[in-house]
Write a protein that binds this ligand. Structure first.
Ligand code: ATP
Length: 430
């Protein structure tokens, strides 16, 4: 979930219109707008809104009129192809009252592109050579449809082809420099921090009083909170011409947040929980082994998502059945009989078993009731026992919310966070 806690914009803002009926189906996703947004943000330009429009002239015209009437930058993607349903060029020219002239240079370039493959140019492709009078043509080295750049009434309007491999280099190399020239050297300075052990609203509650002070400053620090299962990211950004001053303010802001978040702060630089666990192990030259029951390898999978994790992940055993816990981890059968497989003594025995048998410094175990069946009054669905053993032994029982998938995912996150806290609590390398 993403929401802007402070949505103010200083300076330029933009609108993206993605054109194409296929983007209104369940089978195609508009990814171009995400790429364009990233580039706009790097230039300190905020996205006011974006919209997906089918191949419908009236709809496109209405959205174009609305966007150009209120925002100085409008970027259109798609609909520049050679067929009748490629309407962008026509609708823009018509709306702006510009004649479309066929460019012999573009016709020759399209012909040459087809000729290089040994094909004649189909007649329909001539449409792609039509240029609204006064527009700048943006070269498309990866396709036949060139892009177009217009500045109607002082606004900036870019038309780019839909295929991402064509749009991306054009956005980066031809549109971004034109926008930057008008943005007056404003750039976006950013920081991201990662938090674990608190939900989104709990994080918001604790940091909200700090944000409010930043609102009064000029330019303000904008904040966005992004929550995923068991983790929260806070993104801070400042738009200004003075990047050095922005960096200093953001550093101070991150320090203020770190002070109130305490141990719940995972990373000051947006590194994920699994990356931070890896950093902590690497700093000590330690290795880790895991015994996973209800998570079936999820925590290990997260750890090995990080490139270079072979330096510290030694092994993992998916010990789902009691027999495996006994056979491969050496958990005493009578311990399971006495306490049940989901219990703190068994979690410790599993972590110790995998740690001792693999000869590593840190052992981790996860055993729980993921549901939907198997819960009891004492151990309802969502009950998970987590253990970390080694130079420090920590064991915890948590009651996790949600269905089976959520319980398993939260259990993996909780275990990784326990490892992080255990390692961070030890004296020595941080
Ligand atoms: P072409 O010359 O290829 O016809 P075009 O500008 O007309 O270019 P479209 O026909 O609208 O582009 O789209 C071509 C393909 O590009 C689509 O099938 C789709 O796969 C991809 N595409 C279009 N728009 C987007 C988008 N917003 N995000 C991601 N992919 C897109």
């Amino acid at each position: 979930m993403v929401h802007d806690m402070i949505g103010r914009s200083d300076g330029l803002d933009a609108v993206i219109i993605a054109v194409g009926s296929e983007l209104l189906t369940a089978s195609r996703v508009d990814t171009n707008s995400l790429y364009i947004t990233e580039i706009l943000n790097d230039l300190g330009i905020r996205l006011a809104f974006k919209v997906v429009v089918g191949d419908d002239r009236a709809e496109l015209r209405a959205h174009l009129a609305h966007a150009l009437g209120r925002h100085p930058i409008v970027i259109l993607s798609g609909g520049l192809g050679p067929t009748d349903d490629d309407i962008t060029r026509d609708v823009v020219a018509d709306y702006l009252g510009l004649a479309l002239d066929e460019s012999p240079v573009i016709v020759a370039a399209i012909e040459a592109r087809f000729a290089s493959r040994g094909w004649p140019m189909p007649a329909v492709n001539r449409r792609q050579a039509r240029v609204p009078r006064g527009a700048v043509v943006l070269d498309n080295p990866n396709g036949t449809a060139p892009g177009l750049w217009l500045e109607p009434g002082g606004s900036m309007l870019a038309l780019l082809p839909g295929p991402p491999r064509e749009l991306k280099p054009m956005m980066q190399e031809q549109v971004a420099p034109r926008l930057a020239a008008r943005a007056g050297g404003v750039t976006l300075s950013r920081r991201a921090i990662t938090v674990a052990g608190r939900g989104e609203s709990a994080v918001e509650e604790i940091v909200q009083p700090i944000y409010s002070a930043w609102l009064a400053q000029s330019p303000p620090i904008e904040t966005t909170i992004l929550a995923s299962v068991g983790q929260v990211e806070l993104h801070l950004s400042v738009r200004t011409v003075d990047a050095a001053a922005a960096a200093a303010r953001l550093d101070a802001a991150v320090s203020a947040l770190a002070a109130v978040l305490g141990d719940d702060l995972v990373s000051r630089t947006g590194r994920s929980l699994e990356e931070v666990v890896g950093d902590l192990l690497r700093a000590r030259g330690w290795r880790i082994a895991l015994a996973e029951s209800c998570t079936g390898g999820l925590a290990t999978s997260r750890l090995v998502d990080v490139p270079g994790s072979s330096a510290y992940v030694e092994r993992a055993i998916v010990a789902y059945s009691n027999e495996t816990k006994i056979e491969l981890l050496g958990v005493p059968a009578d311990l399971i009989a006495a306490h049940g497989a989901v219990s703190e003594p068994v979690a410790i025995a599993m972590a110790d078993g995998v740690r001792q048998r693999s000869g590593v410094e840190i052992g981790v175990a996860i055993t729980g009731v993921a549901g939907p069946d198997g819960g009891t009054e004492q151990k309802p669905v969502g009950t998970v026992c987590l253990a970390v053993t080694g130079p420090v032994t920590v064991v915890r029982t948590v009651r996790l919310p949600g269905g089976r998938a959520m319980v398993r995912s939260l259990a993996a996150t909780s275990a990784l966070d326990m490892v992080r806290r255990a390692l961070a609590s030890l004296p020595g390398p941080a």
